[in-house]
Design a protein around this ligand. Structure first.
Ligand code: SF4
Ligand code: SF4
Ligand code: SF4
Length: 316
C-alpha cells in the first residue's frame, strides 16, 4: 500500500507513521536528517501481523545495492575467513542475509495469563554511538547526522569487524564482491558486509524508508528521537508495555515497544537472528574507546585511499 503522506507533508512534519503524520513540532520541523536531532524509528510490535510486506518492500527498494559476486572466489591464505555466499539464496527471508536486511522474528510470551505470539521486524538498531562505525579499521562504516549508520560497499573489505563488535551481529558478509578482489584477494576480508542503511537515499529525497511506507498496519513511526521516545512511552503506558532501545548499547535509533517484557519473550535466535537481551554500552568500555581513538585517523586515511582507488578505477 502506498502511503498517502505526500513528500511535502513528510518535509513539514517530523514524526510519521505510514499513512499518517502523528506528531508535528512546529517551525523547528525540518526535513529528515537534520543536524538538529537525529531521527529514530519506533516499532510497535503489538501492531505487527507478520505479513512481510515490509520485508519485500525493503528487498525491492534496495535490490540495486545488493551484491553481484564474481565466481569462482579467490582462495584465502590462511583460510581463516570463511567464504559466505548467499547469492544463490536470495529468496531467504527468515533471517538477515546480504540480500535480506529485514526479517520477521516470531516470539511467544504471556500477556494477562494467555500465551500470545508476536511478530517482530528485525534489522539494524542504528545505535547512537555505533561500535560498527567507531571500530571499522577501513573507515567503510559511517554514521550520518540523521543518526543512521551505513556501510560503504565501495570501501568495505569484508573483514567483519563491524559484525564482531555489533551486540546483535547485524552485518552480513557476501564473498566475491568489493575492493578486496582488486587489492588483496587472498588476504583481505573476503567480501563486503551488508545491512539496513535505513533507506538513506529515500530519506534524502524526502521519502519514508520503504518498510515504513509499505506496512499496512502502521507498525513503524519515524521522527526525531525525543519525540519517538515520548511516543514509545505513551504507547507503552497504553498497553502496560515495555520499551527496548532506550539504553541498549547506550541507546539506539530504533526503539521497540512490546506488550510483553523483552526478557520474557521466547524467540528463535542464532546466525542472522538477533536477540532482544539487555546490552551494555559497548563504546563505554575503556579498551574500545582507546581502540576507537587509535583507529580514527587510520580509518580516515584508508577510506580516502579507497575512494581515490575507486575514482582512478572508474576513470580508467
Ligand atoms: S509490513 Fe507491517 S505488519 Fe507486515 S510484517 Fe512488516 S511490520 Fe509487520
Ligand atoms: S545494531 Fe550493530 S550494525 Fe547496527 S548500528 Fe548498532 S552496532 Fe552497528
Ligand atoms: S529502513 Fe530501508 S533498508 Fe532498513 S529495513 Fe527498512 S526498507 Fe530495509
Amino acid at each position: 500500500m502506498r502511503s498517502p503522506v505526500s513528500r511535502r507533508q513528510f518535509l513539514k512534519s517530523t514524526v510519521f507513521a505510514a499513512g499518517a503524520a502523528v506528531v508535528g513540532t512546529g517551525p523547528a520541523a525540518a526535513g529528515p536528517g537534520t543536524e538538529e536531532e537525529p531521527l529514530a524509528t519506533l516499532i510497535d510490535i503489538s501492531r505487527c501481523i507478520g505479513c512481510e510486506e515490509c520485508v519485500y518492500a525493503c528487498n525491492d527498494a534496495n535490490a540495486r545495492k545488493f551484491p553481484e559476486p564474481e565466481k569462482p572466489f579467490p582462495t584465502m591464505y590462511p583460510s581463516r575467513v570463511p567464504v559466505e555466499d548467499w547469492s544463490d539464496q536470495r529468496d531467504v527471508t527468515d533471517r538477515l542475509t546480504p540480500y535480506n536486511w529485514l526479517y520477521i522474528q516470531y516470539a511467544t510470551g504471556t500477556k494477562d495469563g494467555e500465551e500470545i505470539t508476536l511478530t517482530i521486524p528485525r534489522r539494524c538498531m542504528h545505535c547512537q554511538n555505533p561500535p560498527c562505525v567507531k571500530l571499522c579499521p577501513w573507515g567503510a562504516a559511517k554514521q550520518q547526522p540523521s543518526g543512521l549508520s551505513r556501510i560503504d560497499s565501495q570501501l568495505c573489505l569484508g573483514g567483519s569487524k563491524c559484525k564482531d563488535v555489533c551486540p546483535w551481529d547485524i552485518p552480513q558478509r557476501q564473498t566475491g564482491v568489493g575492493l578486496y578482489l582488486d587489492i588483496l584477494p587472498a588476504f583481505a576480508g573476503n567480501g563486503v558486509m551488508y545491512k539496513c542503511d535505513r533507506c538513506y537515499d529515500r530519506l534524502e529525497k524526502g521519502e519514508q524508508p520503504a518498510c515504513i511506507e509499505a506496512c499496512p498496519e502502521q507498525v513503524q513511526v519515524i521522527g526525531r528521537r525525543s519525540e519517538i521516545i515520548a511516543l514509545a512511552k505513551e504507547r507503552a503506558q497504553e498497553m502496560n508495555g515495555h520499551i527496548y532501545g532506550l539504553d541498549e548499547n547506550g541507546g539506539t535509533h530504533t526503539l521497540y515497544v512490546s506488550p510483553v517484557p523483552f526478557d520474557q519473550l521466547t524467540y528463535d535466535t542464532g546466525k542472522g537472528k538477533p536477540h532482544l537481551k539487555p546490552v551494555k554500552d559497548t563504546m563505554a568500555d575503556g579498551s574500545n574507546l582507546a581502540l576507537a581513538l587509535v583507529i580514527a585517523p587510520v580509518a580516515g586515511a584508508a577510506a580516502a585511499l579507497g575512494k581515490f582507488y575507486n575514482r582512478i578505477k572508474e576513470e580508467a
